[in-house]
Design a protein around this ligand. Structure first.
Ligand code: UDP
Length: 414
């Protein structure tokens, strides 16, 4: 167990994006829980959506007087192999959960639970990687309220995987999910829906002309192999079967039939806790190696992700299952219309025909059709893009996430 590095953020920096009343409500909400000590626990300080949110969330909480720490589990690679399977199993798919896998998982969570220090009123355990600590932590800290923040889609979990967490779920006081439907399979435990959010002040989301130094250099488009003079489709996602990159390739190939010169880029990182990534990357590479208009860009700096999301004409999010998809809000914030599947958190963000399009997860024809519409009609793309930014401004920025957590902490400690 170690401490995550701190992020430099103040609440005032977000003032221009919030109206007076919202600002006041958020401050009041934080003041109401300023006597609490809070900790968040997850596995990584960078890579993936959870880490994206925790940096600014923890910084803003502290800035508004809610004493908040952020701890990272320490774990060997074998643990992440197992938690990847657990992640898939809880999302409804997956290999059998063997005794060896269970033992690997339990050994690491037991070590981390034993190493956990601190006197907290509320501890938020993020995702299945940390959930296994709940039982042991509850024993050690009976006064603390434990919240499991589940970022994945729990609509239809494989029973063996859910059962594996029986005791831990019994030990948590509350579960937070990204969508109502995700809570239906859970045993009797209080649940709250909290939508994730993006940070508009990061190098990934700031206007390009506000970037300086290395960020400005990383945002220079000539560093990247795409041609800004030709149409560009983009998917930003880990190389993961659930993100269906091969389905994206199929849709792109259909679009190409009527939009000559169209390009496709994948921007995909490889987070430390995602051993499956390389395999999927290689499958996409093998499929597209002969096409000079398909680009696989890995481990871009945040400012590089930013410029790609802005230069793209359409951002795809062709997930088969999806907890939320921060990538959707990131694109909408930049006024880039999104064609996303109607799964998980994507329809929370995309309203069909208003700020993008929703398509069935298996529907390549519809995916290609909506991309084509947007590529062929600039006014439509512009209108949907503008609506997208407004959607995100109202619903999916970090200050709103902070407000939701403060409200939750007030309720669960009552
Ligand atoms: N991301 C990134 N570089 C990449 C791929 C993804 O910075 O090459 C970021 C992406 O911008 C987003 C996060 O990783 O902020 C992914 O979050 P999301 O909720 O979309 O998916 P998850 O990875 O949590 O399933």
């Amino acid at each position: 167990m170690e401490s995550a590095p701190t992020t430099d953020r103040t609440f005032d920096a977000y003032a221009p994006l919030l109206d007076d009343e919202t600002r006041r409500e958020i401050r009041d909400g934080a003041t109401a829980v300023s006597d609490l000590r809070v900790a968040h626990v997850n596995t990584t300080a960078s890579g993936g959506g959870v880490a994206e949110m925790l940096g600014p969330l923890v910084a803003l909480s502290n800035d508004l007087g809610v004493d908040t720490d952020w701890h990272l589990m320490t774990a060997p690679d074998a643990f992440y192999e197992v938690t990847k399977a657990i992640h898939n199993g809880l999302q409804g798919d997956g290999d059998p959960l063997t005794e060896t896998m269970g033992a690997t998982y339990r050994e690491t969570v037991a070590e981390n639970a034993a190493a956990f220090r601190g006197d907290y009123d509320v501890v938020v355990l993020h995702d299945p990687q940390t959930l296994g600590m709940a039982d042991a932590l509850h024993e050690r800290f009976p006064e603390t309220v434990f919240v499991w923040r589940c970022h994945i889609d729990l609509t239809d979990p494989s029973p063996a995987y859910l059962d594996f967490f029986d005791e831990d779920l019994a030990a948590v006081d509350h579960v937070v999910v990204s969508r109502d439907a995700y809570a239906t399979s859970l045993p009797d435990v209080g649940t709250t829906v909290v939508h994730p959010a993006i940070d508009p002040l990061t190098a990934k989301n700031r206007p390009l002309d506000e970037l300086t130094g290395d960020d400005a250099a990383a945002a220079a488009l000539d560093r990247y192999p795409v041609d800004p003079g030709r149409p560009l489709l983009l998917q930003v996602s880990r190389f993961d079967p659930w993100k269906d990159p091969l389905g994206v390739v199929d849709a792109y190939r259909q679009v190409r039939e009527s939009v000559p010169g169209v390009q496709l880029a994948f921007v995909g990182g490889m987070p430390d806790d995602d051993p499956e990534g390389l395999e999927v990357y290689e499958a996409v590479e093998a499929e597209t190696i002969d096409d000079p208009d398909v680009h696989l860009l890995t481990n871009l700096p945040d400012a590089g992700v930013n410029v790609m999301q802005r230069v793209a004409d359409v951002v795809l999010q062709k997930s088969l299952r999806e907890g939320f998809a921060l990538t959707v809000s990131e694109a909408l914030w930049k006024e880039t219309p999104v064609v996303g599947t109607d799964v998980g958190g994507i329809p929370l963000q995309v309203e069909d025909g208003e700020n993008g399009y929703l398509v069935g997860p298996e529907d390549i024809d519809a995916t290609a059709d909506r991309c084509r519409r947007l590529l062929e009609d600039d006014a439509l793309a512009e209108r949907l893009g503008e609506q997208g930014r407004e959607t995100v401004r109202r619903k999916f920025l970090i200050p709103r996430l902070l407000a939701d957590y403060c409200d939750l902490f007030e309720r669960v400690t009552d």
